[in-house]
Design a protein around this ligand. Sequence first.
Ligand code: GLV
Ligand code: GLV
Length: 315
Amino acid sequence: MQRLQDATELKFWAEDRPVPREVLLKEAADCVGVLSMLTERIDAEFLDACPQLRVVSNHAVGFDNVDVAACTERGILAGNTPDVLTETTADLAFTLILATARRVHEMVDYVKQDKWRTWGPLDNLGVDVHHATLGIMGMGRIGYAVAKRAKGFDMELIYHDSTRSVIAEEKLGVKFVSREELLNHSDFITLHVPLTPETRHSVGKAEFEQMKASAILINTSRGPVVDQAALLEALKSGQIRGAGLDVTDPEPMRADNPLLALPQVTILPHIGSATLNTRTKMADVAARNLVNGLLGEEMVSCLNPQARGIGRNKS
Ligand code: GLV
Ligand code: GLV
């Protein structure tokens, strides 16, 4: 906030709910820059409603809410906040792996509901994480950071991506496999792909059919990567064992969602990057992206440097 206040004439939405679309369109109409959350749709309609706009800075690494091509066409720079949240998000993915495997939220409730009566040798069993096979869909920065953690648990590591990661293969011994092989062999499948038209619902009925009955699905990427109706069916029919989700479709998820009635499902409210340390760094990157972009200086992370020199960013 300080960085923005020092450099700009700042308007901001201070309520703890997303800014309504019509308010955003009206208030941003005369702005040269916008700092957006992933709750704001930055699309052609929005960009056309803001004829002065030169920089969009998204306070997130994911940018499926920003139409980058539409920004580029209009000569508007777009920024995001990679790197600073990688390790924090990987911590949360691993939290979900452990919590789902050992039924943590269910067991906490068990104690709170006064169901704890004895220590029975076959009571409250979960599954082992150590030495299990972890399938990583998407070996980008966060996928790699999850693989590092999994190595310490002696997990078998396999991954699939559209491009090979020589670093992951050489440094961590992660094995590249086909999509089918990953689905067939993993005890845990963790998703680290961006949401694009290609990845939307890329884990659906056909994929659940290929998974082991003991498989646990972990999603810390974007909710719509998973076909949630198909996930519900796969869990109810016992096609897979469980799921740990930090992202849902839609968000926020309401408490009456049928997934929440299933004990083998752990759902968190999109908190992958939610530590004060990391959120502070993200805010700093987002503010610097905005200010630097407006001043014609190098942005910390720019999604479309080619927008400089087009239209509004010509000079
Ligand atoms: C959060 O989901 C992000 O993309 O940073
Ligand atoms: C369990 O607490 C054990 O001692 O095995």
